[in-house]
Design a protein around this ligand. Structure first.
Ligand code: NAD
Ligand code: ZN
Length: 252
């Protein structure tokens, strides 16, 4: 990454009101978690189990748990990478307001971020669809793998347990989405990192920042539909780009 570009972005970061980092699956590929488009990734291999099917049918719940048990092994032992670590340092130092993420892997929080809005929920937890009780996903996935039986809620006896992620056919949580929109509208600078920015709300959030006069920096290997309105577009490795920008902040 060009040193002058890194310095320019570091300056924007220092000047901007309440900068926000928005992330997609691409920030976690350097931790070994495949993104949506990676061939062979668990995300592309299976039939989608829609939320209504999950709720209506025990067979669909079994299929869902089989998929999620495989998916769990892809991220459960993953560790935050340089990109996650720098974003966590920026929050701790008060340089950014917080992180809005589409990811369900929990790596921003493990890296140390506290102000995180998870638009698609988290795969680190399981939630009872009947009483709302939440559990750590790990032990329940292990139990499912050992018994091949879908676990049921201990709190309300036989409630339907699903990962605490947003399934296809399920609405995004409105309060989380509204808060994300607020953050992005108030942000003087938005980093859109590792997202193809093709589906809403991902594609709308950076537009909101631009409409309110904020700057937009996109860091993504592939081009996105919002490149044309961005103030800077950086291809290549996300980790390397964030390291370069972070180093530049020390030269200000
Ligand atoms: P996406 O897969 O559509 O796009 C990821 C983008 O990241 C791609 O355009 C790719 O070019 C870029 N990228 C990947 N690795 C990169 C790297 N190391 N450096 C630079 N760029 C890199 O992801 P999306 O927009 O987040 O949409 C996928 C959906 O699937 C999301 O809704 C998300 O919830 C879900 N998902 C989540 C995870 C996770 O939690 N880690 C993983 C896969 C999918
Ligand atoms: Zn329950």
């Amino acid at each position: 990454m060009d040193a002058a570009v890194a310095l320019r972005i570091a300056n924007w970061l220092a000047e901007a009101d309440k900068p926000v980092v928005f992330t997609g699956a691409g920030i976690s590929t350097e931790s070994g978690i495949p993104d949506f488009r990676s061939p062979g990734g668990v995300w592309t291999k299976y039939r989608t189990v829609y939320y209504d099917e999950f709720m209506a049918s025990a067979a669909a719940r079994l299929e869902y748990w089989q998929q999620k048990a495989v998916g769990h092994s892809e991220f459960a032992d993953a560790l935050p990478n340089d990109g996650h670590r720098i974003i966590a340092e920026w929050e701790a130092a008060g340089r950014i307001h917080g992180v809005v993420t589409q990811n369900i892997d929990g790596l921003h929080q493990i890296a140390g971020n506290q102000n995180v809005l998870e638009l698609h929920g988290t795969a680190r937890q399981v939630q009872c669809q009947d009483c709302g009780a939440r559990y750590d996903a790990g032990p329940l996935v292990a139990e499912f793998l050992a018994t091949e039986e879908v676990p049921s809620c201990r709190h309300c006896s036989d409630g339907r347990l699903k990962h605490a992620t947003i399934s296809f056919g399920q609405a995004l949580p409105r309060e989380v989405l509204e808060e994300a929109a607020d953050w992005c509208q108030q942000a003087g600078l938005l980093f859109a990192i590792g997202s193809s920015l093709v589906v809403t709300p991902a594609a709308n959030l950076p537009v909101m920042t631009k409409q309110q006069g904020g700057r937009l920096v996109i860091i993504n290997r592939d081009s996105t539909p919002l490149d044309a309105i961005a103030d800077e577009v950086i291809g290549g490795s996300i980790g390397a780009a964030l390291v370069a920008i972070d180093r530049a902040t020390t030269r200000l």
